[in-house]
Design a protein. Structure first.
Length: 438
């Protein structure tokens, strides 16, 4: 007997054989009968035997967020979205999710839900999510990571869309650009916060009508990607949910002196830089404060045979050990424009260089103390890449880039729902698999 018949509810079978029920029971039905993405189950260590109770796990997990949805309809719509993101649907936009888990009449309801300001207490949902992520992952020497992820889009109506460099496509194209904050520890990784970058072209008076159509906040000011990243880091540190010792970033942020100078006091950083960034070698006998000689590109430091390469095993891969080479040295780096800044003669930093088997070189700077063990720098070097793993998992498996809508709120709400679906996967992974090691 079906659950609906057992409870005396009027029923109607959909194409997938599920029972349509009264609203108060639909969330249970939706989340205990998920068409799970088989790849997600395999990667999370879920066997066919274990999958039986996974729907109940999702029901309990989602119930912890119930206070963030002021109305029962909003809770149900949100449950449908989260369930759809975790499902085996090929396209995880509103319409296919609605048709799978709610029927034709649910399409308009979900579309409205994703853009309605009062359907979700978004800030409360974000803080609750962050608290649960921190409870799972937080460690004293964890790392905040910042990175961008771009979303190709057609047309000119979607909020923030512009012809700009699109990292996903590797060229200038029409896209939206997101800036994300992640967290990594020895236990695992997850996304903490997100900001949509609004190009300057959107912010002028001539584009007010376009902003209004996308419901962009009236008080929104233009901010660079570096400013958005700094804002998220400082907000997260102030909230105090995560233990954090390090900040990691790719070269978009690592090469920005403004970004480095605006990190919270006492924060250690390990940031990627470009091959042509100039530093002052510390071992120059003329060096005092800032070096008296000319600065040189870090690529020349890499080529210096007086600094030996050390062979290391980075990890054990499916085809054997992943072997790289590294060299570390102390350098002076000046944050001031053109190497000059009043009252500051330069700072002594670590330059960490990694050479991969294909000959590719990666460069990073760190303000870690001089007595920091090289083994710690090596460990921290691996903490930055998991944010890219988050993007890969969220885009390939959870529909992060499948959203269809133009509004400011929809973009941020969709990203948050993807974060929550990813958190559920993290909980499952930690339950059924060994902790990740970084």
């Amino acid at each position: 007997m079906s659950v609906g018949a057992e409870m005396g509810e009027q029923k109607e079978n959909d194409p997938h054989g599920r029972t349509r029920m009264a609203r108060k029971d639909r969330i249970m039905m939706i989340q205990t009968l998920v068409d799970w993405n088989p790849t997600l189950l395999k990667e999370s260590g879920i066997t066919k035997k274990r999958v039986k109770n996974l729907g109940n796990d999702l029901l309990l997990f989602f119930g912890e967020f119930a206070s963030c949805f002021p109305r029962s309809e909003g809770r149900e719509n949100s449950a449908i979205i989260i369930t759809g993101l975790l499902s085996d649907l090929e396209r995880k936009s509103i319409e296919p999710i609605a048709l799978r888990y709610g029927g034709v009449e649910r399409v308009r309801s979900l579309q409205t839900h994703m853009s309605a300001p009062h359907a979700v207490h978004d800030e409360a949902l974000l803080r609750l999510y962050q608290g649960k992520l921190a409870a799972l992952l937080s460690e004293d020497d964890g790392m905040f990571t910042v990175d961008g992820s771009d979303f190709p889009k057609k047309g000119t109506k979607s909020v923030g869309v512009s012809r700009q460099h699109c990292g996903t496509l590797g060229k200038i194209d029409n896209c939206q650009a997101g800036v994300f904050l992640g967290y990594t520890s020895r236990i695992g990784y997850g996304l903490v916060d997100r900001r949509l970058y609004m190009p300057k072209s959107w912010m002028g008076e001539e584009n007010k009508e376009r902003r209004d159509e996308c419901h962009v906040p009236d008080d929104l000011d233009f901010k660079t990607k570096v400013e958005l990243a700094s804002e998220m880091i400082n907000e997260a540190v102030k909230a105090g949910l995560f233990k954090v010792k390090w900040v990691g970033a790719d070269s978009t942020f690592g090469r920005s002196k403004v970004f480095l100078l605006n990190l919270p006091a006492g924060m250690l950083y390990f940031v990627d830089i470009l091959f042509n960034m100039k530093v002052y070698p510390l071992d120059n006998p003329e060096t005092s404060g800032i070096a008296a000689t000319e600065s040189i590109p870090v690529s020349e430091v890499a080529a210096d045979e007086n600094i030996p390469w050390k062979r290391i095993i980075l990890a054990e891969g499916s085809k054997g050990p992943i072997i790289t080479k590294e060299k570390c040295t102390r350098v002076f780096y000046n944050y001031g424009k053109n190497g000059k800044q009043k009252g500051k003669s330069g700072e002594e930093l670590w330059l960490y260089i990694r050479k991969y088997s294909d000959g590719k070189l990666k460069y990073a700077l760190s303000n870690a103390p001089a007595d920091t063990p090289i083994t710690e720098l090596r460990r921290v070097a691996t903490l930055r890449w998991p944010i890219e793993q988050c993007f890969e998992e969220c885009k390939d498996k959870l529909g992060m880039d499948h959203y269809e809508g133009r509004s400011w709120l929809l973009w941020h709400r969709h990203m948050l729902f993807v974060f929550i679906a990813h958190l559920f996967l993290l909980e499952i992974r930690l339950r059924f698999k060994k902790k990740l090691q970084f």
